[in-house]
Ligand binder design. Sequence first.
Ligand code: SF4
Length: 430
Amino acid sequence: MTTVQACGDSARNVLCCPVAGIDAEEVFDAYPVAEAISAFFTGNREYSNLPRKFKISVTGCRDDCAQAELNDVGLWPARHPDGALGFNLLVGGGLSDGARLASDIDVFVTPDRAVEVARAIAQLFGELGNRENRGQSRMRYLVQEMGPEGFRDELAARAAFALPPAGESLTRRYRGDHVGVHRQRQAGLSYVGLNVTVGRIAGTDLEQAGSLADAYGDGRVRLATDQNLIISGVPDDRLDELLAEPLLDVHSPNPGPFQRGAVACTGTEFCRFAIVETKVRMVEWARHLDRVFDGTVGSGATPGGTVGPGHSGDDIVRIHLSGCSASCAQPQIADIGLRGETAKKEGRMVEAVDIGLGGSLGTDAAFIDWVDGAKPADEVPDALVGLVRRYREERHPDERFHEWARRVPNPELRGVLTGSGGPAAAERSE
Ligand code: SF4
């Protein structure tokens, strides 16, 4: 870990799949590629004065947990017609204002050429990106303006080699988290994903996680984009012992579906842009929902790991709370996205949230619709309970929350959130 380029108009931390090298189904281990790209940009002054920050994701796994579609540059696995494995290239994704899913620009990249391609894109961004208006200077605006083909042409003019067309895509797209017990590609070993609700863990617990990794695993603790941690390299005959450790009561491999799906940004506690407190509030709301719904959302089927009944990526409700419009908690891709606001209540200003519904990554990726505005924070738990209750009553078999939210018209969803109801499904169909 380094603080170098943790901020500034430069390449940021390069994302990779947290279980690279151990995932039983990965196409190939892309971690060395991520490391090489990171090493190229970190401290490289030639690319430290870009128009704006520059985010890169690289993965050789099939599940896109590194969220290629939300980064300025995304490399996800593909196969060239000659059989070579490498990446297809996406550019121009991101959230915040002007949220956009990245465009596939029809380029195949072999692992040994990934650093040069990332470099050439940074050069392109540096030369053609908007330096006048910081509100529109992220690369997604440039890709939108130029179009995927125009961007590809400019990239081809700057890359050190000809750009081959995209290969056969090998991604299944976003699957969700790595919570639970999962078999590794190495026979006889598993990794255990522990839920760290909203990414907040006590220092003593983090030390304990390190000790457990030494005692039971391969000495590594891996951090995931969804704020969880993973202990890897656990032999089969040590799994039960690890699962019985007290830390796993606090950070469970089998959490309730709302605590599992809860994400929160820094909020007012440490962020000067924040409008509302986020971390404590999101934990309280998630625990409340797990209590009210007794740890299930819908069917409770299809576990995401092998521990207990589990809640797969298909059977959790993701609630993401950002303290302002900057989207650090990624509310746009949540089932329920919350964004800090203020509201006037009983003659005084109070903390509030805008509420959006129906976001997801994956094969049906789409951003939320903002459905209700400036709801006072103390009214949110009841509103969420009412919403989830309605979903449980109306859902089709196997229908996930975001699918239901997209099916129901927004005015009706708003009615549920405001307590004014809205017609139930039976009435709507009459
Ligand atoms: S979303 Fe806003 S409040 Fe939250 S960490 Fe980012 S800038 Fe700060």
